[in-house]
Design a protein around this ligand. Structure first.
Ligand SMILES: *[C@@H]1O[C@H](CO)[C@@H](O)[C@H](O)[C@H]1NC(C)=O
Ligand SMILES: *[C@@H]1O[C@H](CO)[C@@H](O)[C@H](O)[C@H]1NC(C)=O
Ligand SMILES: *[C@@H]1O[C@H](CO)[C@@H](O)[C@H](O)[C@H]1NC(C)=O
Ligand SMILES: *[C@@H]1O[C@H](CO)[C@@H](O)[C@H](O)[C@H]1NC(C)=O
Ligand SMILES: *[C@@H]1O[C@H](CO)[C@@H](O)[C@H](O)[C@H]1NC(C)=O
Ligand SMILES: *[C@@H]1O[C@H](CO)[C@@H](O)[C@H](O)[C@H]1NC(C)=O
Ligand SMILES: *[C@@H]1O[C@H](CO)[C@@H](O)[C@H](O)[C@H]1NC(C)=O
Ligand SMILES: *[C@@H]1O[C@H](CO)[C@@H](O)[C@H](O)[C@H]1NC(C)=O
Length: 432
């Protein structure tokens, strides 16, 4: 007999009684969480949100029993070779994790991508050595033939979570621009994310292989066709996570790519995308292949349905120059016409300037690292760049929240749109 969780049972009942959201979650709240790099300032009155640092501190302080973390690499502490006055927030998160994990009341589990010299794990090695955390490394190269675990999330006491673009890196708190969502008291939704964690955890062992069928414990009822129906900040909402790569799409799950395509295909008036890197190709194959799946969906939305598309990518000293071609190609549609509407597609580049020599010298700092999309009816926050690799062999998760049909000033999607507009209209953006 398969064990049916309370969440799943409620969800089935709710489908019958026409999605009576009140029943499922009593107290779920969500908020946007951002890192704004040191000295990057927007015009007065621009939207501001809880900082990633404060969100993470809050999550650690709230923990009573468990903290489960899905992560890429760990450089929360500065190193002698790579030290900065602004690494103190990362150091403080590291110490807080060490303290809470050593307290014996809270069990900390961390799954990270297989470490390498480029992506070190000194922090997790220290946490494991002192007994503050159980740490496992996921080797996607071995399991699926390539890629890294690029996911970034926290789950606390199976009911609070953070998901977003911020790595476990001191720069992600003070020198890199990040976007995420913190959810509190959202046990049903956190339950779905926990299943993603359990999948990673179970195969992050030296000899593990991807099972031919995942155990029923990681099946889900929630996907883009049947999202979880819940109250978020007392507003009726629909939400689900998507997961990649395809080997981790257990029964009932949507892939992260399908979530993205669903959100694009469901838009009726506008699509606003903020991703660090945008390529309708793979980037890390040999040879690379053309991969226009998302690009086509955006062009279809603009051309077939007259949806206004804006895409804000990021420019830094490491941007692969071909990206400019692909952005110009997309934006070249702007101003063409379908029979009854003009086609609107615009692309922009956001640059985080260095204001001091110290900032300019920080390796891999000063970039807009966010990965989200907001349409007229949904908000999506993910962990992946938009190139083929991220959906073929990279580990990532994305969260979609739909609060359409409710009149309220505090909708996640309205707040995310305000952030997008702030960035798009700022002095840091160049429209192509
Ligand atoms: C940058 O921010 C730091 C810390 O907030 C401040 O002390 C410094 O004056 C700022 N520098 C510039 C160039 O704005
Ligand atoms: C990690 O630790 C090694 C040896 O202890 C050290 O050489 C290296 O610089 C450290 N790297 C980072 C990024 O902390
Ligand atoms: C894992 O595989 C290695 C060889 O690759 C073998 O020596 C070891 O015994 C295996 N461990 C387990 C727990 O099966
Ligand atoms: C959000 O919900 C509305 C109303 O149910 C629906 O029309 C829209 O397609 C949904 N959007 C997504 C992305 O699922
Ligand atoms: C896109 O086209 C619209 C008219 O269809 C025009 O108003 C707008 O300025 C164009 N955007 C860019 C960036 O050229
Ligand atoms: C990028 O490189 C240029 C020249 O090499 C340098 O002047 C600039 O400060 C760098 N930008 C950042 C953000 O570090
Ligand atoms: C995509 O995002 C990661 C970090 O999330 C970044 O370091 C990487 O360089 C990005 N770009 C590409 C082209 O992979
Ligand atoms: C939801 O409620 C929390 C707690 O009251 C608040 O901090 C947060 O900003 C609200 N979220 C939105 C999207 O308004």
């Amino acid at each position: 007999m398969r064990k049916i969780s309370l969440c799943a049972l409620l969800h089935v009942l709710l489908l019958f009684i026409n999605c009576y959201c009140e029943v499922v979650e009593d107290n779920c709240s969500m908020q946007l969480v951002e890192s704004i790099p040191e000295n990057l300032t927007f015009s007065p009155g621009s939207p501001t949100h809880l900082s990633t640092y404060n969100a993470w501190r809050y999550l650690i302080e709230s923990a009573r029993a468990t903290i489960d973390i899905g992560s890429f690499y760990w450089t929360l502490r500065g190193t002698p070779a790579n030290q900065d006055p602004t690494d103190c927030e990362g150091e403080s998160i590291f110490r807080a994790l060490m303290d809470v994990g050593s307290s014996e009341k809270v069990k900390v589990r961390i799954v990270q991508s297989e470490p390498s010299s480029e992506f070190p794990n000194n922090d997790t090695a220290a946490l494991a050595a002192s007994g503050a955390a159980q740490v496992r490394s996921l080797n996607l190269e071995r399991l699926v033939g390539g890629g890294v675990l690029h996911t970034k999330f926290w789950i606390v006491d199976s009911k609070h979570f953070y998901i977003g673009s911020a790595n476990f890196d001191w720069r992600s708190l003070t020198q890199v621009k990040e976007m995420g969502i913190m959810a509190l008291d959202c046990s049903c939704l956190a339950g779905q994310l926990s299943k993603a964690f359990e999948m990673y955890w179970s195969v992050a062992l030296p000899n593990a292989t991807i099972p031919s069928a995942w155990p029923p414990a990681v099946d889900t009822q929630f996907n883009v066709h049947s999202p979880l129906c819940l109250q978020i900040n007392e507003t009726s909402s629909l939400a689900t996570f998507g997961i990649d790569p395809p080997e981790f799409v257990a029964r009932g799950w949507s892939s992260d790519l399908d979530v993205i395509l669903h959100v694009i295909d469901s838009a009726t008036t506008q699509i606003n995308v903020a991703v660090m890197d945008y390529f309708p190709t793979t980037l890390y194959d040999d040879p690379n292949t053309y991969w226009p799946i998302i690009d086509d969906a955006l062009r279809r939305a603009a051309f077939n349905r007259g949806v206004r598309v804006r895409l804000l990518a990021s420019r830094w000293n490491h941007t692969f120059p071909d990206m400019f071609n692909y952005l110009r190609s997309l934006a070249a549609l702007n101003g063409t016409t379908n029979e009854n509407h003009a086609v609107h597609v615009e692309a922009g580049l956001f640059t985080v300037p260095s204001y001091t020599e110290r900032q300019a010298k920080i390796p891999f700092g000063r970039v807009n690292h966010n990965k989200y999309m907001v349409t007229d009816n949904a908000a999506y926050v993910g962990t992946s760049n938009w190139s083929g690799d991220y959906f073929i062999d990279t580990g990532g998760v994305g969260l979609v929240v739909n609060q359409t049909g409710t009149a309220s000033d505090d909708l996640i999607q309205e707040q995310l749109l305000a952030v997008f507009n702030r960035d798009w209209n700022s002095a840091f953006t160049t429209i192509l």
